[in-house]
Design a protein around this ligand. Sequence first.
Ligand SMILES: [Ca+2]
Ligand SMILES: [Ca+2]
Ligand SMILES: [Zn+2]
Length: 302
Amino acid sequence: MKKLLLLSSSVFFCLFSNAQTKRCYTHELMVQKENQTHGYLQQVNNVFDNAKHIAEQNRSNRSLTDSIYHVQVVFHVVYTAAAENIPDSVLINQIEILNRDYRRKNADTVQTRACFQPVAADAGIEFYLATTDPDGNPTNGITRTVGHPQIAFLGFNPGSDEIKNATTGKTAWPTDRYLNIWVGNIFFGVVLGYAFPPDNAPNWPAGSATDSAHQGVVLHYAAVGANFSAPIDPTVAGGRSAVHEIGHYFGLRHIWGDSTDCVIDDGISDTPFASDASQQACDTTINSCVDSPVDFPDMIEN
Ligand SMILES: [Ca+2]
Ligand SMILES: [Ca+2]
Ligand SMILES: [Zn+2]
């Protein structure tokens, strides 16, 4: 679990490059789930705090911190038009990008400013496409499903998570064994992705906020990989939406805590406080909050 802390300083990109669009919908969906099922956010916070506690306990345990975690991935491509049925090569490229960034082998680490170099780290997490499906049959780790025709008009609605629905999309493979990544045309076209973090409430009824069948990541099809022929937006090309959303899936929050103050943050000590606005421009000169004892600039690298 120490990896959770390391991860906060090892993912480098500016996903929120345009204040007018909502690139990541994770926080909004968490708020929605709290409204639907009171206590959801507390369950998420409990898992997060427990993970931090374990990480602190294991800080001196070298064998644990040196281990590499391997995450089995299945992509569920759900399409209503041919362009949305993105090729295997793009999905394989996305896995390569994940393994590059989560091992801190990305070339843009040279842009990490000196003040943040001491906390930048290899997260020690690698990803691979599943080779066996839930029934024990061989698979290439990619499923392809034709979505319900009614989806073709507006796209999949994140609010109802309908890309994971049996009648409109594709149901999850067991979420305790696979990282499910759904790929499709997300509602409005301005949401690049969303994810659900661990929530530690296994006994709530199916269909409620904590339904394990909804765990995983959803990506807009045109935000996947770095080699897609028609990326949704050149400013966010490069397969970094998946890197970002999987961070949420592992439990990380936006470093500004989805607030516009300097009080609520991500709960991680090695990322300085920041206000939302400072993240949107990726401006290295912004210092939106006064930190103590050392006042760092906003960590736009993260
Ligand atoms: Ca922080
Ligand atoms: Ca600061
Ligand atoms: Zn996000």
